[in-house]
Design a protein around this ligand. Sequence first.
Ligand SMILES: NC(=O)c1ccc[n+]([C@@H]2O[C@H](COP(=O)([O-])OP(=O)(O)OC[C@H]3O[C@@H](n4cnc5c(N)ncnc54)[C@H](O)[C@@H]3O)[C@@H](O)[C@H]2O)c1
Length: 240
Amino acid sequence: MTVPVVLITGGAAGIGLAIARRAVNRGAAVWLWDRDERALEAARAGLGASARTQVVDVSDEAALAEAEAALAGRPPTHLVNNAGILGRPMPLDAMEAIEIARVLAVNVSGTLLATSAFLRARLPHPGAAILNMSSIAGTNGGSPGHALYGATKAALLALTQAMARDLAPAVRVNALAPGIIDTDIQKAVFADRQALHATAAGIPLGRVGTPDEVAEAAEWLLFAAPYVTGETIRVGGGRK
Ligand SMILES: NC(=O)c1ccc[n+]([C@@H]2O[C@H](COP(=O)([O-])OP(=O)(O)OC[C@H]3O[C@@H](n4cnc5c(N)ncnc54)[C@H](O)[C@@H]3O)[C@@H](O)[C@H]2O)c1
C-alpha cells in the first residue's frame, strides 16, 4: 500500500506538530503548511527527511495556489485542517468587521480552501481521511469575549458533516474537539501559567491536556477507524 502523505495546516507548532510527529513515527510522510517560517524550519529539522514544508497563510488564496502546485512532487493522501486562530477578545457590543473577517478567513475559509486544494492534488489512497480541528468552543460557545471563535469552530462541525457525506466513500472525514490544551494559543486566554493551571480545577480529569494527547486521537481517526466518518471526538479531559 502507498505510504500515507499527511498534509497538516498550521503544522509547525502545537497540536499540528504533535500530529506530524506521530504520523512520521508510524512511517508516514508529512507536508507542513504554516505561515511561520522559522517554526517551520525548526519543525522540519526535528522531523527529518519525511517532512516537507511550505510557508503559506491558509487565508491567502494566491499563496495557497502556489502551495498546491508544490504538492505535485509528493501528493498528499490525508489532510489535517488544523490552522486556527483565536482572534482578539471582542465583547458582543464592540464587534469589529475587520477582526471578524480575519478570524473567519483563517478558521473557516482556510479550511474550505485547503480542503479544495487537497482534493485537487491528492493521490487516492484506500485509507484516505480528512481531520478538521474544531474545539469544545464549537458546542459550548467558548471563553467570554471569544464568541466569534466558538462560532467558527461550530462551523467546522457542520462542515465535517457535509464533507463526510459528499466525499464518501472515497475519503473519511472526522473532527476533533480539544478542550484546554497547553499550547501558545492559550497564552491569549490565560494571563500566565498559574492562571492556565488554575482552570484545571474545573476540568474533570484535573489538568489541562497536552498536544500529544490530541495527536493520539488524531492518529486513530486518520490511520485506523475505517468505519468512522462524520464524527467528532472531544479530547477535553471531560470538560464540555
Ligand atoms: N490549544 C487549545 O487549547 C485548543 C483547543 C481547541 C482547539 N484548538 C485548535 O487546535 C488548532 C491548533 O491550535 P494550537 O493550540 O496548536 O495553536 P498554536 O498557536 O500552538 O499553533 C497553531 C499553528 O497554526 C499556524 N497558523 C495560524 N494561522 C495560520 C494561517 N493563517 N495559515 C497557516 N498557518 C497558520 C501558527 O503559525 C501555528 O504554527 C487550532 O485550530 C485551534 O483552534 C486548540
